[in-house]
Design a protein around this ligand. Structure first.
Ligand SMILES: Nc1ncnc2c1ncn2[C@@H]1O[C@H](COP(=O)(O)OP(=O)(O)OP(=O)(O)O)[C@@H](O)[C@H]1O
Length: 251
C-alpha cells in the first residue's frame, strides 16, 4: 500500500488550526441533483502524502468528486472527515486548478499579488513564484494574452501562492502540447516532493502512469477500484478499468 493510500488515524494535536487535515476519509458520500444520483456511495481513504490520480470515463463523476472534496459543493449524504476539521474549515488549506484557468483581467504579476494579498502573504514571494513556473519574463503582460500552457502555469502559481496542503487538479493539461504538459507535470511533481498532497484528474494514460502513486477509478458515480499504481496499470481488478485502459468504450 502506498503512502497516498495509508490511513494513519485521526489528528492528535490540541490546536485544530495547525493540526493536520490529512488523512481524508470519505464515507458513503452520495450526491444527487433532483432525482439524479451522480455520486453513489463513494468511500475512500486518502493518505497524507503522494499523488492520487482519479480516472474514469466521461460523466463518471470525477469533477464533481473534486469539487466536493474541495468544499465547493456539499454531499447529499455521507461525510468527509479531514482529521479533526470540518469540511468548511479546510477549504482555505487546499487549492483547486481547473481545466480552463480562471485568471483575473490584470497583469500576470497582479494575478499573483491578488492572491498573496488576500491570504496575507508576503508580496516578495511573487517573483520567486513566477520564476518557478517560467513566467518571470511575462510579469507585466496582461494575463489574457498568455497562451493556454502559460495561463495554466499562472493558475498553478496562483494555487501554490496559497501554500496549499492539498492541491486538486482537474484535467489541467487537457488541451496542451507535450512540452506544456511536461512543464505542468514538473511543477506538480515538485510540489508533491515538498509535501503537497496531490489529487489529479486525468484521461491521459501516459500522464497517469507518470504521476500516480495510487489510482481511484470511478465508474457510474462509484469507486470501482482504488489501488496502487503498481497494481492498477498492469492488472486492474475491475472489468470497466481493464476496458478503459485497453481503449475500449466504457459507459
Ligand atoms: N448540476 C448538475 N445537475 C445535474 N447533473 C449534473 C450536474 N453537474 C454534473 N452533472 C452530471 O453528473 C455526472 C458527472 O459529472 P462530472 O462532471 O463529475 O463527470 P466527469 O467524470 O468529470 O466527466 P468528464 O470526464 O467528461 O469531465 C455527469 O453525468 C453530469 O452530466
Amino acid at each position: 500500500m502506498s503512502d497516498a493510500m495509508t490511513m494513519t488515524g485521526v489528528a492528535g494535536a490540541a490546536d485544530t488550526q495547525s493540526s493536520p487535515i490529512l488523512p481524508l476519509s470519505v464515507r458513503d458520500v452520495v450526491l444527487r441533483f433532483g432525482d439524479v444520483t451522480v455520486l453513489d456511495g463513494v468511500s475512500l481513504d486518502l493518505g497524507t502524502s503522494g499523488c492520487t490520480v482519479v480516472m474514469g470515463p466521461n460523466g463518471s463523476g470525477k469533477s464533481l468528486l473534486l469539487k466536493l472534496l474541495h468544499g465547493l459543493i456539499q454531499p447529499s449524504e455521507g461525510q468527509l472527515l479531514w482529521g479533526r476539521h470540518s469540511a468548511t474549515e479546510v477549504t482555505a488549506r487546499q487549492a483547486l486548478v481547473f481545466q480552463k484557468p480562471v485568471l483575473l483581467r490584470r497583469s500576470v504579476a497582479a494575478n499573483i499579488d491578488f492572491v498573496l494579498n488576500a491570504r496575507g502573504k508576503a508580496r516578495a514571494r511573487r517573483d520567486a513564484l513566477l520564476d518557478h513556473v517560467g513566467l518571470a519574463h511575462k510579469a507585466d503582460q496582461p494575463a489574457r494574452l498568455l497562451s493556454g500552457g502559460e495561463a495554466q502555469r499562472l493558475a498553478l502559481a496562483r494555487a501554490l501562492a496559497t501554500d496549499p496542503e492539498v492541491l486538486f487538479l482537474d484535467e489541467p493539461t487537457a488541451s496542451l502540447d507535450p512540452a506544456s504538459v511536461l512543464a505542468i507535470e514538473r511543477i506538480v511533481s515538485d510540489a508533491r516532493g515538498r509535501g503537497v498532497r496531490i489529487i489529479f484528474v486525468t484521461h491521459d494514460m501516459g500522464q497517469a502512469r507518470r504521476m500516480a502513486d495510487d489510482v481511484v477509478f470511478l465508474h457510474r458515480g462509484r469507486v470501482a477500484e482504488h489501488s496502487t499504481a503498481a497494481e492498477f496499470f498492469p492488472k486492474p481488478s475491475c472489468a470497466a478499468a481493464r476496458e478503459y485502459l485497453n481503449g475500449g468504450i466504457v459507459v
